[in-house]
Structure formats: C-alpha cells, structure tokens
Write a protein that binds this ligand. Structure first.
Ligand code: ADP
Ligand code: MG
Length: 583
C-alpha cells in the first residue's frame, strides 16, 4: 500500500464482478473486518476492547496506530464500494490487502452506531477527523484532536434490525469466536502487537517480536510451543512455512489448525485433509493436529474473490498442493522423536496419577487384564441402574451368541432377529443416563494438583464451564491468566477420567452445528460417559455381554449413543431367509 491512500467509489462494472454478500453476521465479524482494516493500514499495534452486559456484546472498540485517513478519505469511508485498495478488477490478482470491496464500514454503519476517529500518520500537529455514522446516515463530521491512526467504536449492533439481534449466539460463544478471530490475525501477523480486552480483563496479548514462534508462545504458552516442529516445504505454486505439532498433541476438531494463504487466514477443508494425510496413522481417525501453516501461492493461482468474508479462497492446482502438503508434513515428522518426553508437562500429569494405584493413567487404559476390568466396571454400572418401575423395557430380550471384532456383541432377539450391538456405544448410553441422573459426580483428588495452559479461545469457552465441569467431578479453579489448576478429576466406575477430557469438552462447544446441540450439562456428560465406557477392542465374555444388554434395556433411550450414533443394528429373520433363498 502506498503511504498516501485515496478512497474512491468503485465503478458499477467492477462492483458487479466482486463477490458481494453480507459481511456483518455478528460481533465476531465486526471485529474481523475492523482488525483487517487496521492490518491493511500497516498498524503495528491493534487493540480491541469489548464491553458486554446482560449476555450481549454492547460495544466494540478497535484502536490502531496505522496510516489513518485524511479528512476527505474519512468522509468517503462509509460509502458502499468506496475503497483505497483496488481500482479495477485487474488489481485483484495482485491485491495483498485483506479488504478490497469497500463494503465493511458501510455494512457495519448500516446496522449499528459507529464513531470513527482518524488522523493521517505523519501529518504533524493538524486536526484529525471524527465521524458519527448511524443506521446508514452520517450524523456528525467534525475536526478533533487525535493521535496518528484510527479508532472505530461500534455500539448497539443491530439496533435497527431486532430480528437479527435475536439470532445472536450466547455471549460465551461470541467471545470465543472473537478470540479466535484475534488469534488468527495475530498468527498471520507476527510483526503486529495484538491485544484483546473484555470487560477490563485482558484475554489475549502478543508482543510483536516479529517471529511466529514468539507470537505462538505469547498466545499458547511454552508447553505447546515446545511440542511444535518447524515446518517448510515446496509445492507447485510456491511454498509452505510454519509449525506443526507432534502427534501427541491432538484436538477433537480442527479448531487449532491455522492455515493462511499468502498471510490471509482461510478455512480450507482440502488443505486440512492434506495436513491430516501427512500424519497418517500417527493420528487416530477422529482427531486433528495442531498446526500453523502459511501457504504462499503465486498470484494467478489463487482467487480471493469467492466468499463475502473472504474466509474461503479458490486455489488453482489444489490437488497437487494438498499432496505436496501431505508429503512435507510426513517429511517433517519423520526426523522427529515422537515419543512424548518424560520431563514434559504432560507426563507430569501421568506421574501424579500413577502415584495413586486406584487411579489408572489414561495411557494405560488398554492394560491387561481386560476382562477383569470390564467385569468390575459392568458390575459397578449395574448398581447404578434406574428403577424402571412398572414400565416395560423398550428393548426385547436377547440371547447373546458372542462378540465379534472385539467390538460388536452378536445376539438373537426374542422375535428371532439377528442383532449387532456396539459395546462402547451401548455402555456410553448407559453411563450417560446414569450420570445425568446423579446430582454430583464422584471425584478423585489428585495427589499433586496440575496446572494446565489453555489457548485464549479455549479459555474463553472454559471460563463459563468451570461450575458445570466441577459438578461432574472435576475440581478446577482459575490459575493466572490462561491457566487452570486441576485438583480433582471425575471417577466413573472406579476409573478416573484424565484431564485431557477437558479439551474434549471444549471441542464439544467449538463444534459448528449448534442446531442439534443439547444443553451444557449434556455436552459435558457426553464426554465423561465416552471416557468412562468400556472401549471398543476390550474382550467381553458372553456373560459380560449379557450384563451390558441387561443394563441397556433399562435405558430410557437405548437405541443411540449420546452422540446420536446407533447402539443396535438389527437384521430381521425374514430378510436373512430371503438372502438364503428360503423366502
Ligand atoms: P475495504 O477494506 O474493502 O477497502 P472498508 O469499508 O473496510 O473497505 O474500508 C473502506 C476504506 O476506509 C478502506 O479502503 C481504507 O481506505 C479506509 N479505512 C478503513 N479502516 C481504516 C483504518 N483502520 N485505517 C486506515 N484506513 C482505513
Ligand atoms: Mg475492510
């Protein structure tokens, strides 16, 4: 960007070619657009301050020390399709700024009360400009004293569109999203100091020491950074750089896969898939790595003009690039010692466990003797069975034939159907209902309390969940800015649930599809039940299978596990007859 920016309204012809759309979905998208403007203005310091009350974000203030605007530019900034970043459509392929459509300020100003204060950098002791813009109209434009740079204050978002206001997410989710936006911006711009403050509390701060690994340790702490492997590689249109985590660091969904293309944070399913491919069998099927990857791609091979919020970009030669990513990841991991180090904080966790014989360390879950353990656990869950009262169990009676693939119970129903029962899913369902019925979960105090570090986004989610987690048996307290101290963990059927379950719970809350999401307690209990249930792969005797089925028959909803997957699949006798030509 030139030091002297001039805003102009794009030609109608250009406007019709750019991918327009709604950019203001909620507070997080306002933060994203304003922070991107500050980055485009070459700011070295960007501070976002949020005020919330009554469960909603009331105001968002973004302060930068960037290029600022002249009075003439400021007067045009809220005009739709007014931008200083491109002139014609040809500029798009060489456009390196985050924005280019001239839509954001206009869109935000249409649905909120906005005040913009700006002064052009390096103009000395002249006045700045203040503009108040509300519901699509300029209410005030005046000279004002101001430091170099720009401050935008957004209040009463959606004040004139009450229907939109109703669709806002919970405050906790919204703050987590905003934190996520800031994390992404900070990772893509290690030379900029970012700060996020919510109701006076600092949620995130980076110090702009200029390299990515310093920014990552500002955001995530040294524990995570020490588990990262530097990463680089070539692909047909450019190269990759960044860091990937050793496979021991895993997440239940891709919320810590940070991919940017030419320093623009993007969401790319295909690159995420390429990344997981590179880990191959080092990563379980349903787990995601932690990774911070920038992919540079030469101009003509990337099109940013496909998504209104520019989160998705179109990449030429995508397949080849994804394959190159997988190869480069494989290569980077090959040279690494992937066994977790004994002095790492994670093994301190294990250490404090093994000190207590009653509490088996999570990593030793598969230790023998399987069936005795299974036995003990099934016996315990039987004692917690619900009194079904006069009502009949929903399921018919079954005769167990045996266990197949270490996972499926094979049985015949009283109606002559052949059924397969997923032993893990079934046990999960039983435990889930039992745990939901009990007012307070059983707990085990840890011999030495653990301090776990969380990312700013994880922390935003966790802060509101501590009482709920503690009710299920955790003993968690806030400890410093981004850390929690864990003093106790839940015990389910005599086995303790490791603190790693906390990240699983976070994953439950960071998942997208909120429509089918149950309440907070259900989501926490779902994780605890999954951790406590007998695993796929545990050998079960016929008698153990029978006991499991007896317990499943008392469940209120025996047909699905708490995640909605089936527990029982049934093959009707007459269909089998037909298969054998007996029909
Ligand atoms: P776009 O970023 O697509 O150009 P916006 O509506 O976000 O559109 O901003 C309009 C114009 O206002 C920008 O092109 C830029 O010239 C100016 N502007 C907005 N925010 C800032 C800022 N923080 N510092 C300097 N200039 C800004
Ligand atoms: Mg913009």
């Amino acid at each position: 960007m030139t030091s002297r920016q001039v805003i102009h309204v794009l030609d109608p012809g250009v406007i019709s070619l750019i991918s327009a759309g709604e950019v203001v979905e909620g507070p997080a998208s306002v933060v994203k657009e304003l922070v991107e403007n500050s980055i485009d203005a070459m700011a070295s310091r960007i501070t976002v301050t949020l005020q919330s009350s009554g469960g909603t974000v009331r105001s968002i203030r973004v302060v930068d020390d960037g290029a600022g605007m002249s009075p003439a530019d400021a007067a045009l900034a809220f005009t739709r399709y007014a931008t200083s970043k491109i002139a014609g459509i040809g500029d798009l392929s060489v456009c390196t700024t985050m924005g280019f459509r001239g839509e954001a300020l206009a869109s935000i100003g249409a649905v909120a009360r906005v005040s913009l204060t700006t002064k052009e950098r390096g103009t000395g002791p002249v006045a700045g400009t203040r503009i108040v813009f509300e519901g699509g109209e300029t209410l005030l434009s005046e000279e004002t004293g101001a430091p170099d740079g720009t401050t935008v204050l957004v209040e009463d978002l959606f004040f004139n569109t009450p229907a939109r206001r109703k669709f806002q997410k919970s405050l906790q989710t919204e703050i987590a999203r905003i934190t996520g936006v800031m994390e992404r911006a900070a990772i893509s711009n290690p030379a900029v100091a970012f700060r996020l403050v919510h109701n006076g509390r600092e949620r995130l701060a980076t110090r702009a020491r200029g390299n990515l690994s310093d920014t990552l340790s500002d955001l995530y702490g040294k524990d995570l950074v020490s588990g990262l492997v530097p990463f680089s590689g070539h692909h047909p249109s450019g190269e990759f750089t960044g860091f990937i985590a050793k496979p021991a660091i895993q997440r239940p969904n891709p919320y810590q896969v940070f991919i940017s293309i030419n320093h623009r944070p993007v969401i790319s399913r295909s690159l995420t898939a390429g990344l997981r491919d590179g880990y191959g069998t080092l990563l379980p099927k349903d787990r995601y790595p932690v990774a911070f990857i920038d992919c540079s791609i030469a101009g003509p091979d990337v099109d940013v003009n496909v998504h209104p919020a520019k989160k998705i970009v179109r990449i030429g030669r995508e397949e080849e690039i994804c394959k190159a990513l997988a190869d480069a990841v494989r290569q980077a991991l090959r040279g690494e010692n992937l066994v977790p180090e004994p002095d790492a904080a994670k093994s301190a966790v294990m250490g404090s466990y093994s000190a207590s014989p009653a509490v088996a360390p999570a990593v030793h879950e598969a230790a023998p003797p399987f069936s005795m353990d299974t036995d003990r656990r099934l016996r315990r869950s039987a004692t917690l069975i619900r009194d079904t009262g006069p009502g009949e169990p929903v399921l018919p009676a079954y005769r167990v034939i045996g266990q197949a693939m270490g996972l499926y119970i094979v049985a015949e129903s009283e109606y002559g159907d052949l059924v397969l029962i997923d032993q893990h899913a079934a046990h999960e369902r039983i435990l889930y209902e039992q745990l939901l019925r009990s007012p307070q979960g059983e707990r085990q105090e840890l011999i030495s309390p653990l301090v776990l570090e969380f990312s700013p986004q994880e922390h935003a989610i966790l802060a509101g969940l501590i009482p709920g987690l503690n009710r299920e048996g955790f003993g968690i307290e806030q400890f410093g800015k981004e850390s929690l101290i864990i003093q106790a963990v839940p015990v389910v059927l005599g086995r303790s649930i490791g603190p790693a379950a906390i990240r699983e719970v976070i994953g439950e809350f960071l998942r997208s599809a909120p429509s089918q999401a149950p309440g907070e307690r259900e989501r926490i209990v779902r994780v605890v039940a999954c951790r406590g249930a007998i695993k796929a792969g545990s050998a079960c005797s016929v008698e153990q299978c029978e006991r499991l089925i007896a317990q499943l028959r008392t469940a209120e909803n025996p047909y699905t596990c708490p995640h909605g997957r089936p527990t029982i699949v049934s093959f009707q006798g007459k269909n089998l007859d037909r298969l054998f030509g007996r029909g």
